[in-house]
Design a protein around this ligand. Structure first.
Ligand SMILES: [Zn+2]
Length: 276
């Protein structure tokens, strides 16, 4: 989740406003606070934070600062070289990125000038992404969960409830050894500072979480939830925050992981050790 920090339960924290009871419970009872600043001054940002999360490399330290938005050439190199998806694929595991790209043309995605950290990692690992056909087959999840934002781009397929999107993700995860899903509406809502929108986004995510949670009850299954930096947890500011981010782990091996993971850079190496 982009832009989800662990902040105090105050009137400025929409996570504890009742909008997202499942998420609030996880944050209260299951989350370990982990460091997103990584020893580099300034507020943590997405390009470097997500690179750190997916590679274990202290990207802000390498770059000398926190870099926002999408990765440039040097970060892309680090992602291609060190990302978790490629590492798992190289070890023979079935890993996947569950997010759907609204396209039928992989070349179009490959040639995009601006690519997210997850896009760079996914293309490096698999040379392909989940596309419109996967979305229509329920074998991918759109970033907004319901596909509503695709309407203006000409999408005329079915829409789904957030809970159904959660079940679709869980189904995909049962067929893979590792499944990644990225949700960034939390960061967008945090930047907007519109209480109504924040409440809607958190409510939809919570329904989605309801659909996903059953997955963690299966044997030898592990569900993780984390973030690149804080934002939405403090409605008093529209910028990112310096708060720690949550590291939620539920299911097989969760306890040991929560002890070991203290910062964004610990996640990828700790996960890789679970896949010898
Ligand atoms: Zn942001």
């Amino acid at each position: 989740m982009d832009g989800l920090g662990l902040g105090p339960e105050s009137e400025h924290n929409p996570l504890f406003s009742g909008a997202c009871p499942r998420l609030a419970r996880l944050l209260r009872e299951e989350a370990a606070p982990i460091d997103a600043g990584l020893g580099v001054p300034g507020l943590p940002q997405s390009a470097t934070g997500q690179t750190a999360l997916l590679t274990g490399v202290n990207a802000p330290a390498v770059m000398g600062r926190h870099i926002e938005g999408l990765p440039g050439p040097r970060l892309k190199e680090i992602i291609r070289e060190h990302n978790l998806l490629s590492a798992l694929a190289a070890r023979g595991y079935r890993a996947t990125f569950a997010n759907a790209y609204y396209t039928r043309d992989i070349e179009e995605v490959r040639s995009r000038r601006f690519q997210s950290v997850t896009t760079v990692a996914t293309l490096a690992a698999f040379g392909a992404v989940r596309d419109t056909a996967d979305l229509l087959a329920g074998r991918a999840v759109y970033q907004d969960l319901t596909r509503a934002s695709l309407r203006e781009r000409g999408y005329d397929g079915p829409f789904v409830t957030p809970a159904q999107a959660g079940r679709d993700l869980a189904a995909l995860a049962t067929e893979h050894d590792f499944t990644l899903f990225e949700y960034f509406q939390t960061d967008r809502a945090g930047h907007k500072g519109d209480a109504e929108r924040t409440r809607r986004v958190l409510g939809e995510f919570d329904e989605f979480l309801g659909g996903v949670l059953a997955f963690a009850e299966g044997e030898r299954r592990l569900l993780l939830l984390t973030s690149d930096h804080g934002n939405i947890e403090d409605a008093a500011t529209r910028t990112h925050t310096g708060n720690p981010v949550p590291f939620v782990a539920l299911g097989a091996g969760a306890g040991a992981l929560k002890i070991r993971v203290r910062a964004l850079t610990d996640i990828a190496p700790a996960l890789l050790d679970l896949y010898p």
